[in-house]
Ligand binder design. Structure first.
Ligand code: NAP
Ligand code: F7E
Length: 326
């Protein structure tokens, strides 16, 4: 019998890469998808899988993290061995505009899933997509699994609640439940309203003569940016351990948005000075401080290490956009 994985957020950046990884490992992958008026699911349509793998190993099910009834039914139907909980309202700035929705889907959504697992009557391994945003404005750097959380956005608060729920169910009910505290990870499949993809798309549009200006918010912000396919591999590794635990996954290097801009324009042979303007609407009521991750526990216990460094990541993203637009 192949192992069965259930992925919430299968249509997202990480869900799409994780699906490819698990299918290559022989899993049967079941994904939660929301009902929408359009059937467009760009990232799933572009999965690097054979037609047979898509047909025999990937199954999509309607449901929403805001509603437990469908989730309960799905757990009984799928009987997953592993659950990767990646679904949620993942945009930090949007969370300031929609705090209630963000908290319901991210925090209560996790409680709904954990209750399904507790009631389903079989051993299930659970991965929760925690985030470095929970560190907020930390007093020490780099951050590891023991660094206190000081969240500064509704998104980070919702993820901190979700993180604690996950460890609470591990401690209280003995569930095999892991938190992956992932730092920013990017790819050509990153959502278009996140800054790295926005810059890569903007550079390509300017290069092709379709746009002249790229408008950005706070370009002084510094992030620890890694490559998404490598980060989803760490999720799988966490669920293969003998004991459930929490892990920081990061590159350990911080670079500013400005550096990303300069590198991306340089790769395309353009001068950023002529094309970048400030957009006050992209500023946030609060920004996190300098967060940069210490992934030494993951290196030691999982054997996980980042391979793709900053310059290479920017190149991958810009070249993908230039090719798409050619
Ligand atoms: P993403 O591309 O924004 O994907 C989010 C996924 O959640 C999409 O599949 C989305 O479905 C789904 N979703 C949203 N609301 C939902 C709802 N009410 N019910 C069911 N599904 C819902 O996010 P990502 O970058 O892949 O990140 C995956 C997870 O890791 C997220 O929880 C994010 O907060 C967290 N995280 C990300 C990073 C990062 O750097 N990427 C770092 C740390 C943590 P639709 O396609 O229908 O919108
Ligand atoms: O912003 C600055 C912005 O929206 C990065 C999510 O996956 O990673 C992601 O959250 C930085 C911020 O990602 C623009 O102010 C400047 O400092 O790409 P982002 P994020 O907020 O770091 C974490 C780890 C997650 O957990 C989240 O789910 O870039 N910035 N100008 C801008 N950001 C955006 N979006 N757009 C701009 O125009």
């Amino acid at each position: 019998m192949p192992k069965r994985a259930f992925i919430t957020g299968i249509t997202g950046q990480d869900g799409s890469y994780l699906t490819e990884l698990l299918v290559q490992k022989g899993y049967e992958v079941h994904g939660l998808v929301r009902r929408t008026s359009s059937m467009q699911r760009g990232r799933l349509d572009g999965l690097v899988l054979s037609p047979a793998q898509r047909k025999d190993q990937v199954f999509l099910h309607y449901g929403d993290l805001g509603e437990s009834s469908a989730l309960v039914r799905l757990f009984h139907k799928i009987k997953p061995d592993e659950v990767y909980h990646l679904g949620g309202q993942s945009h930090v700035r949007v969370s300031f505009e929609s705090p209630e929705y963000t908290f319901d889907i991210n925090a209560s959504g996790t409680a709904r899933l954990l209750e399904c697992i507790r009631d389903c009557g079989q051993p299930v391994r659970f991965y929760h997509a925690s985030t470095c945003e929970m560190f907020g404005r930390p007093e020490t750097s780099p951050q590891n699994e023991n660094t206190p959380f000081r969240p500064v956005s509704p998104y980070a608060c919702s993820k901190a609640a979700s993180h604690y729920l996950t460890s609470c169910y591990r401690d209280s009910y003995g569930l095999f439940a892991c938190n992956g505290i992932l730092f920013n990870h990017e790819s050509p499949r990153r959502g278009e309203n996140f800054v790295t993809r926005k810059i890569a798309r903007g550079v390509a549009a300017i290069k092709q003569g379709r746009e002249k200006i790229l408008k950005l918010g706070n370009t002084d912000a510094r992030k620890d940016w890694g490559y998404a396919p490598e980060f989803v591999a760490a999720m799988w590794q966490m669920l293969q351990q003998d004991k459930a635990d929490d892990f920081v996954i990061a590159t350990g290097e911080a670079h500013s948005v400005q550096e990303f801009v300069e590198t991306a324009f340089q790769i395309a042979g353009l001068d950023w000075h002529a094309h970048v303007e400030t957009d006050p609407s992209q500023m946030r009521p609060a920004e996190v401080g300098l967060i940069v991750g210490d992934a030494s526990k993951a290196r030691k216990s999982l054997g996980w290490e980042p391979k793709t460094r900053f310059q290479e990541l920017v190149r991958i993203m810009v070249e993908a956009e230039l090719q798409d637009d050619a």
